[in-house]
Write a protein that binds this ligand. Structure first.
Ligand code: 4AD
Length: 484
């Protein structure tokens, strides 16, 4: 398939000493059509003694008098497969180039790898000029440097590990919900509602010629969704457990290390529930189940982060998993802040929103483990939050999960299911006509229900100990930056 553009090398004879003998014996058995294997399969010993073919990108090149050693990686694992070939190839595959190698997979004489591929035939599928390639062989590039190359950073060990972890965590989230009876709903990306009511919306209109004068494409203003919650609530009127997991968008003018304009959110909605504990249980269970899965199934990749990117973080994660998450009310949180000797920049009066500095302090105060903060002032929460009418202070049945190093990881509430209270609150905000359909949900078979959302990138930041959210998403979008 590559033969017109690619360079093909066929090795015939005199490799040296023991390798030659082993190779010729093995070649005898290896005349059949090569089996195409992924690097991870070859490393696990599949195809041992067989004629195999692998395709991937060169991660290291070491030329010795008698042998040329390459390490080839195809993204299937952190480890690369060692290729041993004759040293006198006419074009040396360079660091970063794409190659296809055929030969016999055999046990490696070295302790450093279980197997190696004795190359019979090597084909450079795509050359890579090492002078211009931004990543250099044997150099460990800083995470900020790598971030400048969103189109190439998947070729680095750290970022490819991140992408494998992200993919495995995504699968684990879906498994968790499936195993616990939740149905997945594909909530829309384009919507006419502002669920959070914060006005942080990206409006959607056609560009250029398609645009009609003074007329919205959808006849109403439409936006990229800030949350799938309201659509999940629709579904929770027919399915008692639903979830969604997709991209959400916020036009927040923030350059912080924990905000993105586009991020992935896991959202769940549970019907027939009247207590926040039903929600905190799902949040904690999901968190534990996904984290334990990732730690087992991506052990090498996670270890790379915990060794080179955030040394020592593994101990914090292990310690956290052994403890139950804390739970305090907002009122208790304010008391803790007010009793502390710390000088906070933002006020800590009852009624104030908790700022990052407060969240950090509270998490530390609770022993550096995740902490649920419940029952926030009613006025701080969006229109859908349930009024805790029986509380001495005016609070809503809302809960945030705060975690070390990141702050708010999850936000959830019981939803106001009582038609009269919800109508009154919408009317106060001039929204009763906009949300007539939402009021219908309370008119026809309304049940007490609640749900939450977890920021997926913040989750990855927390378990890996990554400081900047831009380093845990393939293509970060933030103010003044939409590369690629
Ligand atoms: O607290 P939030 O705004 O809650 C909601 O959107 C609810 N409607 C969810 C629900 O109940 N179904 O956002 C939920 C989580 C936050 O706790 C945070 O982890 C993450 O989404 N998040 C962001 N992550 C990255 N960048 C941003 N700009 C984020 N804004 C929120």
């Amino acid at each position: 398939m590559y033969h017109t553009a690619a360079k093909v090398f066929v090795f015939t004879s005199n490799m040296s000493a023991s390798r030659v003998i082993r190779c010729s014996i093995i070649r005898h058995y290896c005349k059949r059509t090569p089996i195409k294997l992924r690097v991870s399969e070859a490393l696990s010993g599949a195809g041992l003694g067989e004629n195999i073919q692998i395709q991937g990108w060169v991660r290291s090149v070491r030329s010795q008098k008698e042998h040329l050693f390459l390490h080839v990686n195809d993204g299937s694992s952190l480890q690369s497969l060692q290729i041993v070939s004759r040293p006198d190839v006419s074009v040396l595959p360079t660091f970063g180039s794409a190659v296809e190698v055929t030969g016999c997979l055999q046990r490696s004489p070295s302790q450093r790898q279980p197997v190696e591929l004795q190359a019979d035939k090597m084909c450079v599928v795509g050359e890579c000029n090492p002078v211009n390639f931004p990543f250099k062989i044997k150099e460990r590039h800083g995470i900020e440097y790598v971030r400048q190359f969103p189109h190439l950073r998947c070729r680095t060990n750290v970022f490819s590990s991140l992408l494998r972890i992200r993919s495995e965590a995504t699968a684990a989230i879906h498994s968790y919900f499936k195993e616990n009876g939740f149905m997945q709903i594909h909530t829309p990306v384009i919507t006419s509602n502002d669920c959070e009511g914060a006005g942080e919306l990206f409006q959607v209109e056609p560009s250029g010629n398609v645009k009609e004068e003074n007329c919205n494409f959808f006849s109403v203003p439409a936006y990229l969704t800030v949350s799938g919650q309201l659509h999940l609530e629709v579904m929770s009127g027919a399915f008692s457990r639903v979830y969604t997991f997709g991209p959400t968008f916020r036009a927040e003018n923030s350059q912080s290390r924990r905000h993105l304009a586009e991020f992935y959110m896991v959202e769940a909605e549970v019907s027939f529930t009247q207590c926040l504990e039903d929600l905190t249980k799902v949040m904690e269970d999901m968190f534990r189940s996904v984290t334990e899965h990732v730690l087992v199934h991506c052990a090498e990749d996670v270890d790379l982060f915990h060794t080179y990117v955030t040394p020592g973080h593994q101990d914090d994660v292990d310690a956290m998993l052994k403890k139950k998450f804390s739970i305090i009310t907002y009122t208790e949180a304010i008391d803790i802040l007010n009793r502390s000797s710390e000088k906070f920049v933002f006020p800590t009066k009852w009624g104030c929103d908790l700022q990052t500095e407060h969240e950090k302090y509270l998490v530390k105060h609770c022993g550096n483990i995740p902490v649920f903060v419940t029952d926030y002032p009613y006025d701080l929460k969006p229109f859908y939050a349930r009024d805790n009418q029986d509380h001495p202070k005016h609070t809503a049945a809302a809960v945030d999960l705060l975690v070390p190093g990141v702050g708010e990881l999850c936000g959830g509430t019981l939803r106001e299911e009582r038609l009269d209270l919800l109508s009154a609150r919408l009317a106060q905000n001039g929204l009763e006509n906009t949300y007539n359909w939402y009021l219908d949900l309370r008119r026809f078979g309304s049940v007490p229900h609640g749900g939450f959302g977890m920021g997926f990138e913040r989750y990855l930041q927390y378990i890996l100990g990554v400081d900047n959210i831009k380093d845990v998403i393939p293509f970060p979008r933030f103010p003044h930056s939409c590369l690629l």
